[in-house]
Write a protein that binds this ligand. Structure first.
Ligand code: BES
Ligand code: MN
Ligand code: ZN
Length: 498
């Protein structure tokens, strides 16, 4: 699918279909008015006759409109002009795309000129439209299993002043979508294919695709042993698929004063629970326990596509948690890379064991910001459900920036507390910490455990246990939070947005 930004004289342009809006109370949008004038009141006559109203999402397809060169016009109801917002856009697009695809229409022009009220709104309008279109096409393709005919979409930007922000929006959207799609694709792979080695080979591939900006280093069990990453190693000890930690370094040449941001993704390519075996019913879903790593992978693709002026280090913490005679056990006491000891009370609380060693490892990069992304706790699903990612942090600025990016992309997060009181819940009488918390609040006690290892930098933890995939008949990875992370990086790199 190709996207174009153009300034077009609408009635004189030849395309398969022009999409133009009508607001409630018989108000034509600027482009509809233009088409109406050219066609000697053809559109306003239809409104008077009651053939179409501005009711949101209602469509009317017109053929051979007098004096209009294009084959068709799709009129689409946009609701009340005063309450037009980004939710209206989703409704409008869903119905337009469905209608167009049913008729195998290939090339279309979107014309909603009055929405270019300023650079900022043009930028976000285009971003929102493209993200909606991509989602709709994904649904048609994957769930409805239908062919997608749409081939090119042109946005008509009538005011030249807003042309460049529209182009930037398009560029950003496509890069984010590329990352999102890559992340979903990896997230969806079955665990017999996507094991820790496979994950590391995908990471390695990035240094071929983006030779100038990305280099990759793979840390294997031998190196982990040398480093003393015994918590990470314990989790992977019983699988014949050995753990591999991929360290992907992205940086743009010749930029001074770059921030270093480390993104850490939990990459359990399968989490059986280990000796503390999970119930079998939903165990298959634990192939998605690497979605944090998949999100980091996708986000780096976005960054490399846009050549962002940052240093980003992505760590894919690949590992498989299996039971077996060489498995770690409940009761084991592990010495982490930091030297702190952990009493294992449940081998299913493995994510935090892997992550705590990664947190120590990345100190070597002196990061300004560290964000980990992990399908960490069922308790987070209990607390927040499936719409919202859990956010934990030791730094208010970082929270503000993540919340801003979250609002902009509608990739929702909600902050949960890390009060000092919770530290008692991970006490152990035989080690520095135990690996499960007592006293409820499982998402928080897990985050509290992580926070014991992240004191040297500004850190945020995203618990995506509820948001990384969807269950049921349409099951699949959502690619979250690639959009959130991408926007966060775009914002902090101050990437000439408008
Ligand atoms: N990967 C799971 C968390 C998970 C469970 C995500 C269900 C999504 C759906 C994690 O490794 C885990 O098993 N956590 C345990 C922790 C518990 C043993 C303290 C959990 O949440 O049950
Ligand atoms: Mn587990
Ligand atoms: Zn897990």
């Amino acid at each position: 699918m190709k996207f174009f930004i153009k300034s077009i004289d609408l009635p004189k342009e030849k395309t398969d279909c022009i999409i133009s809006g009508i607001f409630e109370c018989d108000q034509l949008t600027v482009s509809s008015k233009n088409l109406d004038n050219y066609s000697n009141g053809y559109i306003s006559k239809l409104i008077t006759q009651g053939d179409i109203s501005g009711e949101i999402g209602k469509t009317l397809l017109l053929y051979d409109v007098p004096n209009i060169i294009s084959k068709r016009i799709l009129l689409i109801g946009c609701g009340k002009k005063s309450s037009f917002n980004s939710n209206s856009i989703s409704a409008i697009l869903r119905n337009s795309i469905k209608t167009l695809n049913k008729r195998s229409i290939k090339n279309i022009i979107f014309s909603f000129t009055e929405l270019n009220s300023c650079n900022n709104s043009t930028y976000w309008f285009i971003r929102k439209i493209i993200s909606c279109i991509k989602k709709e096409i994904f649904t048609i393709n994957t769930f409805l299993k239908k062919k997608v005919y749409l081939h090119s979409i042109t946005f008509n930007i009538t005011d030249k002043n807003f042309f460049s922000s529209a182009q930037i929006a398009l560029k950003h959207s496509l890069a984010i979508d590329l990352g999102l799609t890559a992340s979903k694709k990896i997230g969806n792979l079955p665990p017999n294919i996507c094991n820790p080695l496979y994950l590391s080979l995908q990471a390695k591939e990035l240094s071929n695709s983006y030779k100038n900006n990305i280099s990759v280093n793979i840390v294997d069990i031998n190196e982990m042993r040398n480093l003393g990453m015994h918590a990470y190693l314990a989790v992977g000890s019983s699988s014949k698929n050995k753990p591999y930690m991929s360290v992907i370094r992205y940086s743009r040449k010749n930029i001074v004063d770059k921030k270093t941001i480390v993104l850490v993704g939990k990459g359990l390519t399968f989490d059986s629970g280990g000796i503390s075996l999970k119930p079998s019913k939903k165990m298959h879903e634990m192939k998605y326990d690497m979605c944090g790593a998949a999100a980091v992978y996708g986000t780096l693709i976005m960054a490399a596509e846009l050549n962002l002026p940052l240093n980003i280090i992505g760590v894919l913490a690949g590992c498989e948690n299996m039971p077996g005679s060489s498995a770690f056990r409940p009761g084991d006491i592990l010495t982490t890379m930091s030297g702190k000891t952990v009493e294992v009370l449940d081998t299913d609380a493995e994510g935090r064991l892997v992550l705590c060693d990664v947190f120590k490892y990345i100190e070597r990069f002196s990061p300004d910001i560290v964000i980990d992304i992990a399908t960490l706790t069922g308790a987070c699903v209990a607390a927040l459900g499936h719409y919202v990612t859990g956010l934990f942090s030791n730094n208010k600025d970082l929270v503000d920036n993540l919340e801003k990016a979250s609002k902009e992309t509608n990739d929702k997060v909600w902050r949960l507390p890390l009060f000092q009181e919770y530290e008692k819940n991970i006490n152990s009488n035989v080690a520095d910490f135990s690996n499960i918390g007592s006293g409820g609040a499982g998402a928080i006690t897990a985050a509290c455990f992580l926070s014991q290892f992240t004191k040297k930098y500004h850190w945020a933890h995203l618990d995506i246990a509820g948001t990384a995939w969807e269950s049921g008949i349409n099951k699949g990875s959502t690619g979250r939070p690639v959009e959130l992370l991408s926007q966060f990086l775009l914002n902090i790199s101050n990437y000439n947005k408008y």
